[in-house]
Design a binder for this molecule. Sequence first.
Ligand code: TRP
Length: 361
Amino acid sequence: MTLGDHTGGQLRRLCEVAGLSADDAGSYARLLVDVLGPVADRPLTMPPPNRTFLSDDHTPVEFSLSFRPDADPTVRVLVEPGCGADHLLEAGRVGLAQVQAMARRWGFSTAPLDEVGDLFLPDTPQGALALWCALELPPGGVPRVKVYLDPAASGAEHSGATLREALRRLGHLRAFESLPEADGYPFFALDLGEWSEPRAKVYLRHEGLTAGRLGPLVRCAGGGEERAMVEFFRAASGIEEPDAGLTGRPGLSCHAFTDAGSAGPSGFTLHVPVRDYAPHDSEALARAEGVLRDQGIDGDPLARALGALTPRRPEDGVGLIAYLALAHQRGRTPRVTAYVSSEAYAVTPPTERASLAAAAG
Ligand code: TRP
């Protein structure tokens, strides 16, 4: 079994669970293998291609299912195309070449990426990643492409300035000033291709996040909906007290900018790393189902998705569900996303994280 067989098979089954045709599922699985490149042929008995933090066990692939009421979930896959490279510069080149190849294949423009490429893919890159690529997989076989970049690429101390300049070049002149305080900027992301409203997104890290501190984050994003975010935070983290916080992996907020000229973001997403706050995936799944139910969404496809990824029982490990997220985008119904792991290389045993959760509680 190779990395490509394993992750391609998972994606194909996931697509079928989400209601895509066998044709679409097959072509998306082949696309994933293409984007992985030569590392797809590595047998799983070899170690992971690099130490990527894309997933906990260093699989360079992570899946997600995005849910809205009354619709099939959307399948997405996050992949590190340069994971076979032995330094960041080369990883960036490989990643960029893959994005450009997809742009030629489906005839979309890479203009926003070209605009900011020198900031995030400089000649002497720093930071934790070069380029990740996420593919949203709608029916029809044509993916929507998102690119993830590292604001620390031109130096961690310049992360803020790098983001400010990138947003400015994209026409979001006052966007950076509209962001709330943060403990770091892990990612900058761009939608490329046929999106109805392409976004530039800034991800913020929040150490020790509590329900009580959510208000200002949500308000900076221009949104009421504060109650819904607080309820989501509680349901996903299992933390009930307003002053108790995420003492393991931090929460992330994502601020999406769509209209150049407007001062503030048009979208806000809260990401909770549920795997650090649940003893095992059976509990993480129950939390996810609760969150989905609160939004009037049927949780059944998620349980079936886990079965499509692995034969192991949810209670026998933790991290199959990595994050839960609630997204509010102006003019749309709220969206719940579950990020689910490949576990190509390792499963985290339940007990380890149970003690972390106890420490958090
Ligand atoms: N694995 C990394 C993390 O836990 C990056 C990452 C992968 C991530 N998927 C994500 C971050 C989804 C937020 C949401 O931070």
